[in-house]
Design a protein around this ligand. Sequence first.
Ligand code: NAP
Length: 504
Amino acid sequence: MTGVSAPSDEAPVQTGHHIGGRRLEGSTGQTFTSRNPAHWSEVVAELPLGTGSDVDAAVAAAREAGRDWRRTPWPARGEIILRAGLIMEQRKEELARLMTREMGKVLTEARGDVQEGIDMAKYIAGASRRPFGETMPSELRHKWAMTMRQPLGVVGIITPWNFPLAIPSWKLFPALLAGNSVVFKPAEDTPLCALRLVEILEAAGLPAGVVNLVFGLGSEAGEAVVRHPGINAISFTGSVPTGRHISAVCGGMLKRCSLELGGKNAIVVMDDADVALAVDGALWGAFGTSGQRCTASSRLVVQRGVLGDFTDALLARAAALRLGDGLDPDVEVGPVINERQLQRIHAYTGIGVDEGAQLLLGGEIAAQGALADGFFYPPTILGSVRAGSRVEQEEIFGPTTAIVPVATLDEALAVANGTTYGLSLSIYTNDLGTGFRAVEELESGIVYVNAPTIGAEIQLPFGGIKSTGNGHREAGTVALDQFSEWKSVYIDYSGRLQRAQIDT
Ligand code: NAP
């Protein structure tokens, strides 16, 4: 089923970089456009292609503004972030509609993305008055020992397009609360959402220059951010190849870098599961955001006793999902982000079939009628997928999921764990022991029982193991860790030299 409403008649926004609180034209005069993936002829914004010299200007502004920002009391910084969250709350609908136009996710999910930013603002603002350091007894008399968090300096933030407000919020709010200033390079597909977020922060009282936005391509503007010697740390979310490259560059510079990368997440469905519940979860996990989530349920590892019932029910539900423009309230699956990604997703269908998988649903680019002006791929289900095959191992990042039949719990856990990724894994079972065994043995940063692989909440740490990252977590109680240094402080008021480990 399909549905496409008319393109928006809003005029394209023409803007420059946002540096030092002001619009700044790009140094070369070259521009790029952000377009609606549901109506490619609709230009949402025209922006400058950032270069190394634009990044230089952004770093200079961040250094200048950072001097005072780092001395601003934590609670005062928190107040600004809270106000930004409240403005986002007031403007939620407008921001969600912009997001749907800019990257295609259906409006209900776009509202959820904005909500994640609001939640993070409130959560982080709440952290601003909590005790951050520790006071510990010294081994010596008349001496105090304590720890305190310090900002890193200028942080480079580089984000993908699939969560255009949530991911920047997860990074910007804790980075700012910790007293850093920022150079922010958003994805080229969602620049306007990023600009609106920075404008909201400044409307909430963030001093000019504390966050500086440079638009452009990853290969040029992003690369310049990573390599800039004036940027002390990089916080990156994106694909494994880009993350690996950034990690190598930062390693050579001894620059701190935190990476949140891809996933090949699996839902395990055991014979004792509530099959209807598992189908609900698989439908949402595999096809929500058109499968363009790092946590998408791109593998369904199903025990043979329920394989038939599960597959039949999933096929019936997935075939009925309505494909189209995410602004249409009846649409359940929006477009994919761009032509390159559409072709890549489609190529994986062919790869799966060549590997011996059965194409059970979808598998053809949807271009009938008004869909022809966008990038639409229908929910696609591959059956009888072999563990170890490419469609079972590689991140597709689209509305394609692979059903892998298994015989036992041991086999299910081995298949679920058998990729290089480790972000989110889930199990459907009504057996308490099976559930707990899975919690212990699934190799991922996030585990769900009787829920799909998507649905993280901001008050828990978010991130993965293996190739999904380099050991950092975002959000939760550890949100400040990647954006601050610990300083250990000793205050000796004895009036004489005391030697630790010797005069005790
Ligand atoms: P991507 O191609 O790696 O791009 C991510 C960001 O990096 C974009 O802003 C991109 O700029 C920039 N970039 C590209 N090359 C660069 C370079 N050499 N130096 C510096 N920056 C560079 O990823 P994507 O396609 O946007 O996003 C999808 C990927 O993100 C998937 O793998 C998904 O799983 C992952 N993801 C992970 C999480 C998580 O938390 N683990 C969350 C969401 C998404 P351009 O836009 O100009 O290319």
